[in-house]
Write a protein that binds this ligand. Sequence first.
Ligand code: ZN
Length: 319
Amino acid sequence: MYQEPIFLTPVFQERIWGGQKLQTEFNYEIPFEHTGEAWVISAHPNGPSIIKNGALKGESLKEAWEQHGDLFNRKTTNDEAFPLLIKILDANDDLSVQVHPDDKYAREVENQPYGKTECWYVLSADDDAQIIFGHHANTHDELKQMIADGEWDNLLRRVPVKEGDFVYVPSGTIHAIGKGIVILETQQSSDITYRVYDYNRTDAQGNTRELHLNAATDVTTVPHETPNVDQLEEIDAGLTAKRLVKETYFTVYHWNLDGVVEKERVVDFLQISVVKGQAEITVKGNVFTINKGENFIIPATVDHYRLEGQAEFIVSYPS
Ligand code: ZN
């Protein structure tokens, strides 16, 4: 099976804060005026990617994971869910201020397999772009009181971001992506979000979106902790690989390809998104074009591959 990469078709999600950049920047055929998210490597039941090539063409990544464990070096036959989810987000407006639970809370309270630790690589950002990352409350009581009083300016920690920045967001961190930012997100395969504040926005019918204040304050880390991420750079001829994070759930790299590199697959499987440029990948003499916007998996059935071109990639695998 698969002596080639597994190429995937994204699934798009309509969001009130979404825009058109997934089309204008990534050339995706987006289905909505406000397209917020492309789930580019997903086996999540709320939006599984579809395989574009090879023996499993037309099947979802979720089906492939469940039925073809050899592609991922799955060591057990239990019903463990696919661990990670990769998205590209276009924040044409501010996202709601939110927080996600950890695995324990997700299992006990939501009956879901995974909580949500996530991380962002900033693909582009307006000059004045900022994110919300953490808060200034010292105790849970203070957090609840400041939320009840709507003291958002005092409570929320704002951080400017620019293209190329990386942000690691462990579960329990209050956060929001701000207007004018496009990110690639690597996260646990989870869709549990507790909304803390939505800027009192209303939809066309005049309705606000639901908040989840009890769950949100339950799962928020107090006081806020800014995690230390230990980054390192590995330079080969043709490829500069910068490790952005290596944590409990995932390891993420930024690869800058300039020329040719031969690679061995050293982990069970590799998730790759082309975020800039044009390149080719060769496996067993077969050449595939991989331009910006392409997303694929190097499965466990491929031991060796060759990259050639000028391109940037975000590469990840379960830690
Ligand atoms: Zn989030």
